[in-house]
Design a protein around this ligand. Structure first.
Ligand SMILES: Nc1ncnc2c1ncn2[C@@H]1O[C@H](COP(=O)(O)OP(=O)(O)O)[C@@H](O)[C@H]1O
Ligand SMILES: [Mg+2]
Length: 289
């Protein structure tokens, strides 16, 4: 369980994500009276989806900060346990921990594993696990006031459909590769603790469209490696410069293209109920669909 100081104000760029997050999730939570007035329920969680390394965990953490809530990150694969009954108990303990410490955000990463497991584990074990999750989430036996559930997946199409029904993970938020302001901030953050000279973060930002946060970290890492190699061979430390970035850029390509290839199929042929409208709009805007 983490105390979070990160808020949305610290998240560079990603205005669209912030706006949707406010509309679909934070706004309702901050205005419970208004929700009641319009007969809307406050139940249900938010599913973040998008290509790997583009800030889902980061945004989830900032959401906890925004709510003044403690953050409980859970890898679904850590909870899944082949011993029947064990994972159900673990899940229950996690929700109990969250209830005791409210306000809390429980963040379930790789939530698709829950559904996948169900189809892999023949018989009832996987089903029990999903059912346990649903009964905790629905607050069947306990009060979930102040317990907020966020989940993330790179494969929303594999998420068990029972989890996505109304009152459950019924809202989705697409987290795309960082835009220009986010990229510039990421580059600056990555270089903040390293020796540099005449780095033009804006310029690097412009030439890294489509890079994920993880790709940008990798790029800075490679540029640093080049300067380090030089320094080791001359015995004199030399700061990282734009030349290192130019060289590193030749090696590093965006890692998210295969994700978009898969995603396009779902946006085109399996967009039931408009679940992937955001994704489709993005793909069209980039002439990828
Ligand atoms: N918009 C952003 N602003 C700042 N850091 C970001 C942003 N997007 C991604 N990152 C950073 O990139 C890395 C990968 O992000 P992460 O949240 O782990 O991605 P995901 O959960 O989608 O796989 C992290 O170090 C994260 O802090
Ligand atoms: Mg993550």
């Amino acid at each position: 369980m983490e105390r979070v100081t990160l808020t949305l104000a610290d998240v560079a760029g990603m205005e669209d994500v912030k706006r949707r997050l406010q509309l679909a999730f934070l706004g309702p939570l901050k205005n419970p009276e208004m929700m009641r007035m319009y007969g809307k329920s406050l139940r249900g969680g938010l599913l973040l989806y998008g290509p790997p390394g583009c800030g889902k965990t980061y945004v989830a953490r900032a959401t906890a900060g925004e709510l003044g809530a403690k953050f409980i990150p859970i890898g679904i694969s850590d909870v899944l346990d082949m011993y029947i009954g064990e994972s159900e108990r673990k899940l229950h303990e996690i929700f109990e921990l969250a209830r005791r410490n409210r306000p809390t955000v429980i963040f379930f990463d790789e939530i698709d594993a829950l559904g996948r497991k169900r189809s892999l584990m023949r018989g009832s074990a996987g089903t029990t696990m999903v059912n346990q999750f649903l009964s905790e989430l629905d607050g069947v036996q306990a009060d979930n006031d102040g317990v907020f559930v966020l989940a993330a997946t790179n494969h929303p199409w594999d998420v068990d459909s029972a989890l996505r029904r109304p009152g459950r993970l019924d809202r989705t938020l697409l987290v795309l590769p960082p835009d220009l302001p986010a990229r510039v901030k990421l580059i600056r953050d990555n270089l903040a603790f390293r020796p540099t000279r005449d780095i033009q973060a804006d310029k690097i930002g412009h030439s890294t469209e489509g890079f994920s946060g993880a790709d940008l970290a990798h790029l800075c890492e490679s540029a640093a490696e080049l300067a380090l190699q030089d320094s080791l061979s001359t015995g004199r430390p030399r700061p990282i410069d734009m030349n290192d970035f130019r060289t590193a850029m030749k090696e590093i390509k965006p890692s998210v293209n295969t994700w978009f290839d898969t995603a396009r199929n779902y946006a085109q042929f399996a967009n039931e109920g408009g679940a992937y409208d955001d994704l489709a709009a993005y793909l069209r805007s980039r002439k990828m669909m």
